[in-house]
Design a protein around this ligand. Structure first.
Ligand code: CA
Ligand code: CA
Ligand code: CA
Length: 373
């Protein structure tokens, strides 16, 4: 099979415009408090246990909005953990919030659920921590749980990055075109991929899970129904992409039963269903971006089920064995699919790491960006 080098790269690059899991369905576009932007998972410096982090309210772009963003008191926010490799949750940490009479600070209630409750979309399980969220322009408020867990929720700068500014065409051209077409601010450096933007960061460090191997993903549910989920970086953006200008929307993304693009169906399904429901979609997309025929099935098996693995025993952790705040998961994803990523090798050394000044202590993510008036 002859590889059309630039067409394949352009096809893949344009899908990353709304990466990672930000704005990943038209339904979630209207519910930013439910819309997971990314899942991160790494070994915490503070306790040595894993840190789980997820983001909401993507692309918050002013001081006023940063001061106002909150979580939804109707929603249940969960880190799902599978410890026996069947991709069904055995343990879940479930966060809910309550509003105060005024202001954007909220009370958090963290529950730990096992067995059937680990699988549910409800706020069930044993309460292990209560305390307040953090707000802009105030010191960080870290809440401690019954088993020495560390919990944080509040505004931070979005840690998501993908450095494409220094990547020469066609990748850079494709991404700049896509970002411009979406009207997103695009600095394109590893400090400010979408320009400087803030979001709500939810982080949980769990010393109890030190040394445990597991698979993890995160979910948002409302009224008992799952409305978003995320595991690996940019899965919906890459595998059920928006149709770029000039392409036939009827043929471009894979269609479920020939009628609609399945972005929200994907968000409402679970990792144990992934191989059955989504193998065909992933294979269709891989063929579209012209990976070799013999590579399609190994890559389907690599990307599904959509979870991050965690094995702290491995001497060199790296995506998708966890995903820390500094590593470039989008680079690794593109490189996995199209390993001929082209850039100026004389002047740059990919993969790059984030330019954000990540803290050595919990919750690690940096202060919210202050916008000039
Ligand atoms: Ca999302
Ligand atoms: Ca399991
Ligand atoms: Ca999602």
């Amino acid at each position: 099979m002859k590889i059309n080098f630039s067409a394949a790269l352009l096809a893949l690059a344009t899908t990353c415009a709304t990466a990672s899991d930000h704005l990943d369905s038209t339904f979630l576009d209207t519910h930013p408090e439910w819309d997971i932007g990314d899942l991160f998972l790494w070994k915490g410096e503070q306790t040595g246990g894993p840190v789980f982090a997820m983001t909401f309210n993507p692309l918050t772009g002013s001081n006023e909005k940063t001061a106002a963003i909150k979580l939804d008191p109707k929603a249940v926010y969960q880190f799902k953990i599978d410890t026996d490799n069947d991709y069904v949750a055995d343990l879940a940490y479930k966060l809910t919030v309550k509003d105060y009479a005024q202001g954007s600070q909220q009370t958090m209630i963290l529950r730990r659920a096992t067995g059937d409750m680990a699988r549910s979309n409800e706020a069930d399980g044993e309460v292990i921590a209560t305390g307040d969220t953090s707000i802009a322009d105030r010191p960080v408020n870290v809440v401690e749980g019954d088993n020495n867990e560390l919990l944080f929720a509040g505004p931070r700068q979005d840690p998501f990055f993908f450095n494409f500014k220094t990547v020469e065409s066609p990748v850079a051209l494709g991404l700049r075109f896509a970002l411009g077409a979406d009207g997103l601010p695009s600095d394109g450096t590893s400090a400010n991929t979408f320009g400087p933007t803030n979001m709500t960061f939810v982080a949980l460090e769990v010393p109890e899970l030190k040394g445990v191997k597991f698979n993890a993903w995160c979910t948002t549910s409302v009224d008992g129904n799952q409305v978003d989920r995320a595991g690996r970086a940019a899965m919906t953006a890459i595998f059920t992409p928006n149709t770029p200008p000039g392409r036939n929307a009827e043929r471009y993304p894979w269609r479920k039963q020939g009628d609609h693009t399945p972005k929200q169906d994907y968000n409402m399904s679970t990792p144990s269903e992934d191989l059955e429901l989504w193998s065909e979609m992933v294979a269709y997309r891989l063929d579209q971006v012209q990976v070799g025929e013999n590579k399609v099935q190994p890559l389907v098996d690599f990307f599904l089920p959509d979870v991050l693995e965690y094995n702290a025993d491995v001497s060199k952790m790296g995506y998708p064995n966890g995903r820390n705040l500094k590593e470039d998961a989008i680079y690794w994803t593109i490189n996995k699919i199209n390993p001929f990523l082209y850039y100026d090798k004389k002047h740059y050394n990919f993969p790059m790491t984030s330019d954000q000044k990540i803290s050595a202590s919990f919750p690690y993510a940096v202060d919210p960006v202050k916008f000039k008036k």
